[in-house]
Design a protein around this ligand. Structure first.
Ligand code: KMH
Ligand code: ZN
Length: 272
C-alpha cells in the first residue's frame, strides 16, 4: 500500500479561540503549529488565515506571510484554501493563488453548511479551476456531496482539470454528506481509477474515518478546522496532537507515513 499522506487543517474559517484556545490565529502561531505538525508526520498544511481581529480573510499579504514563515521552518506542501469563509465572492477567494502555492482547494459544488450556504456555482467553480490552472497549482477537489465528483469530471471534459485527480472527502458537515463508512465506500468507488483521495471527518467522525482511510489506502486530513476534540468532551491540546495520533494509528495498522517529497510523488507533483 502507498505511504500515508497526512494533511493538517490548522485553522479553518469557522473555529474560534472560544471553541479551542489552542487555535493558531496569527501567521507566527500558524507557522509554529505547521512546524509541529510536520514534525509529527504531516506533509500538507491546509491553510486559512485570519485578520488581526481573528476573522477569516483571503488577504494576499497575510497568506504570503504565513506561507513564508512556514517555509522558513520546514519543507511541507502548503495548500491554500480557495473556499475561504461562506459568503466570500469568488474574486476574493482566488486572490491568494497569485502567490502560486504548491496546492489549493477546489470545491466542485454548492452545499448547505450548517445554517449557511457554501456557494459554488458553475461560474465560481470554473473561475477557481482556471486560476488554479493558470498559476500551475495542484488542485485538491473538496467533495462535500457525491454529485461534486460528477462536477469534477465535467471539468476534466472541459479541460479545466487534468488527471490524475486528487479528492478530499469532507464528511459530516451539517448539510453535507454524512460521515458514515457506507458513504465513504460509495465516494471511493465513484472516483476514476488512478485518482488519490483523502478524508476529512468533521467532529466525532474524524477518528473513525481516518482509521478507515488508513486501512483502505486513502489519505487523512485532521486538525482544528474539522475537529477541536481529542476525545469525547476533551479538547485537543494542539493540531500536532491530532497529527501524532494519526501517525501512531498508521504505524499500528502497518502503514508508513509519507515524507513531504513522497507525498509530492504520490500526488504527481514536482519533487523539490
Ligand atoms: N470554510 C468553508 C466554508 C476550503 O478550504 O476550500 C470552506 C472550506 C473549504 O474550508
Ligand atoms: Zn478549509
Amino acid at each position: 500500500m502507498d505511504k500515508l499522506i497526512i494533511t493538517a487543517a490548522l485553522v479553518g474559517a469557522e473555529t474560534t479561540k472560544e471553541d479551542n484556545p489552542n487555535l493558531p490565529i496569527t501567521p507566527e502561531e500558524i507557522a509554529e503549529a505547521a512546524y509541529a505538525c510536520w514534525q509529527e508526520g504531516a506533509s500538507i498544511i491546509h491553510l486559512h488565515v485570519r485578520d488581526e481581529k481573528g476573522q477569516p480573510t483571503q488577504d494576499v499579504g497575510t497568506f504570503a506571510q504565513a506561507m513564508n514563515l512556514i517555509k522558513e521552518r520546514c519543507d511541507v506542501i502548503v495548500q491554500f484554501s480557495t473556499g475561504g469563509a461562506v459568503g466570500l465572492p469568488v474574486e476574493e477567494r482566488i486572490k491568494p493563488l497569485s502567490l502560486r502555492p504548491e496546492m489549493a482547494t477546489l470545491t466542485t459544488g454548492t452545499v448547505n453548511f450548517g445554517s449557511d450556504v457554501f456557494y459554488n456555482s458553475e461560474a465560481y467553480i470554473e473561475a477557481i479551476a482556471r486560476a488554479i490552472m493558470d498559476n500551475g497549482v495542484k488542485p485538491e477537489i473538496e467533495v462535500f456531496e457525491v454529485g461534486m465528483i460528477d462536477n469534477a469530471l465535467r471539468l476534466v471534459r472541459k479541460g479545466l482539470l487534468t488527471p490524475p485527480l486528487h479528492f478530499d472527502f469532507v464528511m459530516g458537515v451539517p448539510g453535507g454528506i454524512g460521515g458514515t463508512v457506507k458513504n465513504l465506500l460509495h465516494l471511493v468507488e465513484s472516483i476514476p481509477a488512478g485518482s488519490t483521495w483523502s478524508v476529512a471527518g468533521i467532529g466525532r467522525h474524524e477518528l473513525p474515518l481516518a482509521t478507515m482511510a488508513i486501512i483502505m489506502g486513502g489519505h487523512v486530513r485532521v486538525g482544528f478546522e474539522d475537529n477541536i476534540y481529542y476525545t469525547r468532551g476533551v479538547k485537543a491540546e494542539s493540531n500536532a496532537q491530532l497529527v501524532a495520533r494519526t501517525a501512531r494509528l498508521a504505524k499500528e495498522l502497518g502503514r508508513e507515513v509519507a515524507t513531504t517529497n513522497e507525498a509530492r510523488q504520490l500526488l504527481g507533483m514536482a519533487v523539490t
